[in-house]
Design a protein around this ligand. Structure first.
Ligand SMILES: [Ca+2]
Ligand SMILES: [Zn+2]
Length: 284
């Protein structure tokens, strides 16, 4: 891992010296670098990883309007989970991850759906928004597509896994120094000038302690940072957006990101105040 870290840093530095990127002064910029790797032998759908990763990045870019640039390297590799994220470098004030590596499993253990139209959720027949009271009023905790048809059915949505892993890069990562401070109490306390200040985001624990995931046993089913299941698509919820904003010091938020269909996001009809709690099998 240390070798990879040094190699990636060197590559990053060389790349930074050779290239000047246009800077958008008023938005999060995710600079993506496809490093290749061998794709899985089989997958469903006619899409490809670069298009899907870009679409996943746009989901997060649409919610943070602070001026900040992060570099994400991504590709295929043999893993023991659907996807993984490794922090390469962090820094600045406030401290944020500035470079990361995200890998997706090519072993065949996970059967992915590669959406050829990753900005649209038209393969899923149902869209649900979940709301919950977590200390500062009812807030959106889940935006979930379900009931897939066609080639999406029976598969794990690669877009959702990419959104989840990029979410780790934006703050919820056990190598992130600010996350380590924030998670001390086993939860992330939303505070300061952020909307829904007073909300407490519960974190899942395992035998090694507090993890970098939202606790699926205490939050209504479907938060993208609690995990990803087969046969569904998860988009960042207000809770996911707030958790990373608190960790990484993002202050200018769009809590109603890109809708996939007209009128679906933030609409009163979308309110589904289901009381059910469900456990979620994490992709990691
Ligand atoms: Ca689609
Ligand atoms: Zn994860």
């Amino acid at each position: 891992m240390a070798t990879m870290k040094i190699a990636m840093r060197t590559y990053l530095l060389a790349f930074a010296l050779l290239t000047a990127w246009p800077q958008d002064a008023s938005a999060l910029t995710i600079v993506t670098h496809f490093i290749g790797g061998t794709p899985p032998a089989r997958w469903a759908g006619g899409g490809n990883l670069p298009d899907i990763f870009e679409a996943a990045a746009r989901r997060w870019v649409s919610v943070y309007l602070d001026s900040f640039t992060i570099h994400l390297y991504y590709g295929w590799a043999t893993l023991e989970e659907a996807g993984t994220h490794i922090l390469i470098d962090q820094g600045g004030e406030p401290n944020r991850e500035v470079a990361g590596l995200i890998l997706f499993d090519n072993s065949g253990a996970v059967s992915f759906f590669l959406d050829p139209t990753p900005d649209l959720g038209e393969e899923y027949q149902r869209y649900t928004e979940e709301y919950q009271e977590l200390g500062s009023g009812l807030l959106n905790v889940a935006r979930v597509y379900s009931a897939p048809n066609g080639s999406a059915a029976g598969h794990c949505d690669l877009l959702s896994v990419a959104i989840h892993e990029i979410g780790h890069a934006l703050g919820m990562c056990s190598a992130n120094l600010r996350f380590l401070e924030e998670k001390a109490a086993g939860a992330i306390w939303i505070r300061g000038e952020l909307p829904y200040a007073g909300t407490v985001v519960p974190l899942a624990s395992n035998h090694r302690g507090v993890t970098s995931h939202i606790d699926p046993t205490r939050v209504v089913y479907g938060s993208v940072m609690s995990g990803i299941c087969s046969d569904e698509r998860r988009l960042p919820s207000t809770l996911d957006i707030l958790a990373n904003a608190q960790i990484s010091g993002f202050r200018i938020l769009n809590l109603n990101p890109l809708p996939n269909r007209q009128g679906e996001s933030g609409s009163p009809e979308g309110l589904n105040r289901a009381n059910r709690l469900a456990t979620s099998r994490d992709a990691r």
